[in-house]
Design a protein around this ligand. Structure first.
Ligand code: HEC
Length: 158
């Protein structure tokens, strides 16, 4: 149960973290770094649509949540393979990935597992209910796991 004012604050905090880098164009990225940046950006775009909805800027559309959840599940399932322990992956293409990813791979992979689980839960909920409150809560929980991972494993914005 989240009260709506609290939910709004949460949305703003969570999304400030998720989307601040959407405006930064990563032109010139190549290989696996480019691949994972594109995947992250896709999730970012779809989450932004949902965030606008939850902030009341746009009307509630369940389909937007479904698109977001589908992209989370898809990209979540590929994430473990997108951070190989190679020179390019660790330092190439202006990556924002932190060395902690490879120094503490178990924890990084655990974060991915948690993200996948939350995304699948959201997907399931979407197929079983139209309750907006429940759907919003599940979405916010998933989005928190985006920023949770970013806090640990991605360079802070300057
Ligand atoms: C398990 C960790 C993890 C999870 C979960 C995760 N991310 Fe990321 N994300 C990263 C890392 C690491 C980077 C930096 C990648 C790089 O620069 O090579 C990143 C980068 C990004 C970027 C910047 C992409 C770019 O062009 O540089 C966006 C946007 C983003 N993530 C959005 C999201 C959203 C939205 C979610 C959840 C729906 C999410 N991420 C879930 C770890 C994660």
């Amino acid at each position: 149960m989240i009260k709506s004012s609290h939910a709004k604050t949460l949305v703003l905090t969570v999304f400030g973290l998720c989307f601040s880098s959407l405006v930064l164009a990563h032109t010139g990225a190549t290989g696996i770094v480019k691949e994972r940046m594109e995947a992250m950006k896709d999730m970012g775009k779809k989450s932004k649509v949902v965030a606008d909805m939850l902030k009341g800027k746009t009307a509630f559309e369940k389909s937007a949540l479904m698109e977001a959840a589908d992209s989370f599940v898809l990209h979540g399932s590929q994430m473990k393979d997108q951070f190989p322990n190679t020179e390019h992956s660790r330092t190439g293409s202006k990556t924002e990935a932190l060395p902690e990813i490879w120094e503490d791979k178990d924890r990084f992979n655990k974060d991915i597992d948690e993200f996948i689980l939350l995304s699948e839960t959201l997907q399931e909920l979407l197929s079983t209910t139209d309750d907006q409150k429940a759907l919003k809560a599940a979405f916010l929980q998933t989005a928190k796991s985006c920023s949770g991972c970013h806090k640990q494993f991605r360079k802070a914005k300057k």
